[in-house]
Design a binder for this molecule. Structure first.
Ligand code: B12
Length: 213
């Protein structure tokens, strides 16, 4: 691992949001592509998850690492609210992490990239109740629903939501994209989603492809 990447890794694992922010600012000021430059941060936060899994990291440490990760994202992908209103919207998106699940770093990244590519994104946040997704879909009729799940126990709520959209007769009016670490293309097919992508860049490519289809 090169030195700057090692520094990033250490800052995330130490949960040092202040230092992580400074590193992210340096990257932005150097004019690097933020999507590519974020990769070592993603590797580091996943490593924190592995350490947690192995019992070498406890929840408060994981939480600090997550805060440091979010600090980097805030610098590298500043909110594009307002900016997107000024330009032609490519399509409308309602996004959120599914009920029962508080992970939102990946979802935030997907939202940031969609927004950067001209989609108008309404981010409902994390642990979003299924009823809320249904209400927002009925009211705003978005082109896409972007549903994130990071827990094997909450993935099932992606299916429950699609079932509810079907019951309400509004499923055909919206394209449902699913993702998150435990989600696969097989799962997407099994629950009747319109698509799955393994990362934020491919989520954008998928949304563009589906709009053009
Ligand atoms: C950070 C983190 C946390 C943070 C979250 C902070 C936050 N604000 O988001 C905190 C500390 C709060 C946390 C809590 C918990 N966590 Co946690 N956490 C993680 C960790 C380390 C990283 C997740 C992350 O941010 N990854 C980086 C982002 C960039 O990647 P991503 O989320 O996968 O997103 C990318 C893609 O998946 C995709 N994507 C994401 N969403 C979508 C949506 C669509 C539509 C598309 C197309 C694509 C897409 O694009 C993203 C960008 O490229 C993972 C480990 C891991 N390997 O994933 C564990 C992990 C997910 N957590 C885990 C667990 C168990 C928990 C807790 C239950 C712990 C506990 N005992 O309380 C709680 C959850 C409580 C709850 N009800 O939700 C387990 C899950 C195990 C399982 N089988 O389900 C993991 C895998 C850790 C582990 N190895 O044990 N966690």
């Amino acid at each position: 691992m090169s030195k700057p990447n090692q520094e990033i890794h250490n800052c995330i694992l130490d949960g040092d949001a202040g230092k992580t922010k400074i590193l992210a600012e340096k990257i932005v000021n150097a004019g690097s592509n933020p999507t590519e430059a974020l990769q070592p941060f993603i590797t580091a936060i996943r490593h924190a998850g592995d350490l947690f899994d192995q019992g070498e990291f406890f929840l408060p440490q994981l939480l600090l690492s997550a805060k440091a990760m979010q600090a980097a994202m805030d610098v590298m992908f500043p909110s594009s609210e307002g900016k997107s209103a000024a330009r032609l919207s490519r399509g409308t998106v309602i996004a959120g992490t599914i009920q029962g699940d508080i992970h939102e770093i990946g979802k935030n990244l997907v939202c940031a990239l969609l927004s950067a590519h001209g989609f108008q994104v309404v981010d409902l946040g994390a642990d979003v109740a299924l009823d809320r997704f249904v209400q927002e879909t009925e009211q705003h009729k978005p082109d896409f629903l972007v549903l994130s799940a990071l827990l094997t126990t909450t993935m099932i709520n992606q299916k429950h939501l699609i079932d509810q959209l079907n019951d309400k007769g509004i499923r055909d009016g919206v394209k449902v994209l699913v993702g998150g670490a435990p989600v696969t293309s097989d799962w997407a097919e099994e629950i009747g989603a319109d698509g799955y992508a393994p990362d934020a860049s491919r989520a954008v490519a998928l949304a563009i492809k589906l709009l053009d289809a």
